[in-house]
Design a protein around this ligand. Structure first.
Ligand code: HEM
Length: 124
């Protein structure tokens, strides 16, 4: 049997470290940091969203977690997210994967999944 994407990401521990690295980048990325400022000032909510991101990624890559957050349309509706902001999020995901030394094939698989969610997130 082939190795799942979840396993290739280092299971729950690797996913948590990857998501933490992505969140750090979002908070510093001038193209999108304003979007995440309210979370930066509210540690409980930041932890809740971080955990939701971990569960979303884990459930979507073949891991055992159950995602209990909003679906992508509900989570981003009304934010009027632009294509540029979407690319900025993808930049941070790639940057964090490189920093974590995720192998290139896995990076491509994650990027493909992330890109495919664009119609559920941009300008809703
Ligand atoms: C691959 C692309 C993306 C994925 C997989 C994703 C995933 C998620 C998830 C799982 C949540 C948590 C929802 C919840 O807690 O119920 C969330 C929240 C959020 N997302 Fe995204 N997102 C993406 C792109 C974006 C973009 C491009 C922006 C804007 C720059 C953005 C801004 C936000 C914000 C501000 C929240 C927090 C909302 C709150 O406080 O409840 N997301 N996202």
């Amino acid at each position: 049997m082939s190795t799942s994407l979840y396993e290739r990401l280092g299971e729950s521990t690797g996913i948590r470290a990857l998501v933490d690295a992505i969140v750090v980048r979002h908070l510093k990325n001038p193209a999108i940091s304003k979007r995440y400022e309210p979370l930066a000032g509210d540690p409980e909510r930041l932890e809740e969203v971080t955990q939701h991101l971990c569960d979303f990624l884990e459930a979507g890559t073949g891991g055992p977690a159950t995602y209990k957050g909003k679906n992508m349309v509900e989570a981003h509706r009304g934010m009027n997210i632009s294509g540029e902001e979407y690319i900025a999020v993808l930049d941070d995901i790639v940057g964090a994967m490189q920093e974590r030394e995720v192998d290139e094939a896995t990076q491509k698989d994650i990027l493909f999944i992330a890109y495919s969610l664009k119609p559920e997130i941009v300008r809703l």
